[in-house]
Design a protein around this ligand. Structure first.
Ligand code: HBI
Ligand code: FE
Length: 296
């Protein structure tokens, strides 16, 4: 965990937000001011309108069932009352990014960590660390979908079991290119894709860029290819991977990860922007606006 995150956890602890051993806290409803609710309302209203026709139907169905407030930061308890009976998932409030092992342990038990605080108005269009809007609006609607719910649960169990440290980068890439920045095939949409990844869903700029820009590559999802492909955390993605449907993630969830992780642990990593002859190319990017380095 970065020192910045540790500092934030310390700051939150000192602010009286008692953080439990599993890094969860009680959602401090009293800590949301008018500005926080206004930022939530502005982001929710803008993204809910922008995503229509751009995000997969399963996300919209989940958003409908969650019935999130468009005006105020929602109560996590109220969301769990709808979420838990549907797929057994529940959201738990956390101060921010938590250590990998803690995160994976939550996922393996169908608990999704949701940052409690809201970004500031001057961070409306971008912030590096996930806030409540990214985690709640971006991630939670698809956890009502049983196939996606099983995928994230199986992912958490595989990540928790992956004792070898060499496996963590492989699993982080899989999470990044599916749960965070995944695209899904849709022949009637621009570039043949719609959105499902939370990092795109919660970002106005990347909602437009990932589906409409000519700059990035859009390649057919392949588990081993994704696990070996580095990514960017500070810019829009150079490459997006496209699944045919959510059921494809269901198949990934059934993978016996141990031998695969062992085999790939020392395999070469590919840069975020390269395209291989074996790739199923939806679009080969113009690479316009790409920054040379910065892949992790
Ligand atoms: N912590 N709160 C929180 N949210 C995340 O998305 C998260 C995390 N810790 C680790 C982590 N993600 C990564 O390891 C995964 O993206 C693979
Ligand atoms: Fe996220």
């Amino acid at each position: 965990m970065s020192t910045a995150n540790t500092a934030k956890l310390k700051e939150q602890f000192e602010a009286g937000l008692e953080t439990r051993a599993d890094f969860t806290i009680d959602q401090p409803m009293h800590r949301y001011g008018a500005v926080d609710h206004a930022v939530w309302s502005q982001l929710y209203t803008r993204q809910a309108a922008l995503l229509k026709g751009r995000v997969c139907d399963e996300f919209l169905a989940g958003l409908e069932r969650l019935n999130l407030s468009a005006e105020r930061v929602p109560s996590f308890d109220a969301i769990n009352a709808r979420l838990t009976p549907s797929t057994g998932w529940r959201i738990v409030a956390v101060p921010g990014l938590v250590p990998d092992c803690v995160f994976f342990e939550h996922l393996a038990n169908r608990r999704f960590p949701v940052t409690w605080w809201m970004r500031r108005p001057d961070q409306l269009d971008y912030l590096q660390e996930p806030d409540c809007f990214h985690d709640l609006f971006g991630h939670v609607p698809l956890l009502i979908n049983p196939v996606f719910a099983d995928y994230v649960h199986a992912y958490g169990r595989a990540a928790l079991a992956a004792s070898d440290a060499g496996a963590l980068p492989l699993l982080a890439r899989l999470y990044w290119y599916t749960v965070e920045f995944g695209l899904i095939r849709d022949a009637a949409s621009p570039n043949g894709v719609k959105i499902y990844g939370a990092g795109i869903v919660s970002s106005k700029g990347e909602t437009l860029y990932s589906q409409q820009s000519d700059a990035p590559n859009r390649l057919g999802f392949d588990l081993e290819r994704v696990m070996q492909t580095r990514y960017r955390i500070d810019t829009f993605q150079k490459t997006y991977f496209v699944i045919d449907d959510l059921a494809q993630l269901f198949d990934v969830a059934r993978t016996d990860f141990a031998p695969l992780l062992a085999r790939l642990a020392n395999a070469p990593a590919f840069t975020a922007g390269e395209v291989h002859d074996a790739d199923r190319v939806f679009t080969r990017g113009t690479r316009e606006g790409w920054e040379a380095d910065g892949d992790i």
